[in-house]
Design a protein around this ligand. Sequence first.
Ligand code: FRU
Length: 492
Amino acid sequence: MKHHTEHPLRPQYHFTPPANWMNDPNGMVYFEGEYHLFYQYHPDSTVWGPMHWGHAVSRDLVHWEHLPIALFPDQNGAIFSGSAVVDWNDTSGFFNGGSGLVAIYTQADSAGQRQSIAYSKDSGRTWIPYTGNPVLIDERFPDFRDPKVFWHESSNSWVMVLAAGNRLFLYRSPDLKSWTFASEFGAQEGSHDGVWECPDLFELSVEGENGASRWVTIVSIGDDPACSEGSRTQYFVGSFDGTTFTNENTPDTVLWLDYGRDNYAGVTWSDAPGNKSERLFIGWMNNWKYANLIPTGDWRGAMTLVRKLSLKKETQGVRLIQKELDGYQQLRLQGIESSGETLSAEGIQFTGMSGLLEIEAEFDLMLAAEIGLRFTSGDKKTVVGYDVASAELFIDRTDSGHTDFHEDFACRHSAPLEAKEGRVKMHIWLDRSSIEVFADEGGLVVTDQLFPVSETDGVELYAVGGEAMLRTLRVYPLRSVYTSVAAQAVSR
Ligand code: FRU
C-alpha cells in the first residue's frame, strides 16, 4: 500500500490510513501484546463508499503498522462499524478450546442493517466470516447498527449495546452467536440532535471514591442539517445490572465528551491491560457535516490522540476525565520552559517551530479580559483562548487557512470552563491539520481540524483588556512518528 506521509497536511503523530477514505475506529482490542485498530475504510476512493475494515496494529499506540484489509463486503452487505473481543474461554466454539478474536459488526445494504460476526485464529491477520451470519436482525429499524460487545463478569454473559435510531438496544449472549434482547435506553434522554450511532458501555472506578464505580455509555449523535455543530459525541453516567443501564442524571442533562467539532464515533479498547480506573479511547477526528470535503491529499480522515478515560467526582456529579496517552512523551524534542512572564496585548512570540507542537501553559488571569495563543501560518491564524467574562474556552478557526470547502467549517466555538483561583491551564497538541486542547485537568477537551495554508510558523501568547501572567510555559516541538530523529529548535 502506498503511504505518502510528506503531504503538508498529513498528520505526523495522529493515525491516518495509508491512502483513501477512513471514518470510524472499529474493533479496537488488545491481544498478545498488540493493540488492534480497525477502521471504516473505502480502499478505492477518498470519499465514503462501500465499507471495509482497514487494519493496523501497534505495541505503543503511537507507532502503527498498517496491515491488509481485514473484512470485505460480502453477500450480507458492506462492513459497517463494530467491535472485537478476545473470546478467552472459547464460548463461540471457534477456537478448539483455545482463545482468539471475534469481531461483531454491522452489515448494510439497501435492504437494511444487520449484525454479523467473524473470527480470527491468527492474531487478527486473517478473518473468517461465520457461516451463520447475520446473527441479529430486526427489520423494524432502518438504523440498527454499530454493536459494541463486552464480557459482563458478574452475570457471566456477553452483552451487546447497539444503536437503533434514537435509542440504544442491549442484548445478551452466551456464545456471541445467539442474542437475546435485554433492554433499551435513551429515547427520552440526552441529546437527540441527530441519529444515535456508535455506542460504548463500560465500567470505571471513580477517582477518590474508595472502589466505588459507575457505568458510562458513550453515544455519538449524527449530523443534522439543522444543527451547525454537525456530528458530536455525548456520554451518560449511571449503573448497569447486566440487563439495564440507568442514567443517574436527569434525562435532560447533556454531557459532551468533547466540545470541538472533530471527535466522532469514538469508543474504547477491549481487553486492554490495566485496572478498572482507566480505559483507552480513540475517535474519528472529523465531522459528517464536511467529512467528504476536507481538503486533504490522497487520504481523507484521521483519528484523535489516544486518550485515557477515567471518572472523577465533581460538584455537579461524576464526570469523565480525558488525559493524553503518556506514550506521546517519547515524541518530545528539546523544549523550552519559562515562568513568571507578564503578558500583554503585544504578546510573547515564538518562531522557528514546525507544525508539530505540544504546549503546556498556565495563565494567571489577573486583570485580563481574554488570554490565549495564536498559531500563525503566513497571514492566517488559529486562536485558542479564554474569555474571562463568559468563563469560556474557545477555538477560533475562522481565519485558519483553507476553510471554504464548507460554509460551517470557519467558526469560533466555546466551552464552559471555570477559572480556578484565577488561573487557567491548557495542554495543547498541534499536528499539521489538527489541534486538541485539554483543560480543567482533562475535564474539558476541544478537538478541531485545521487546514493551514502553510506550516505553522509561529506561536504568540497574548492577554487583552489588562495584563495577565504566564505562570508556567512548556513548549515541546514533537518529532514525527515517520522519522526517528530530527533536530528542531524553538526560538523567540
Ligand atoms: C458513524 C457511522 C456508523 C456506521 C458507519 C458507516 O460515523 O455512520 O453509524 O456504522 O459510520 O461507515
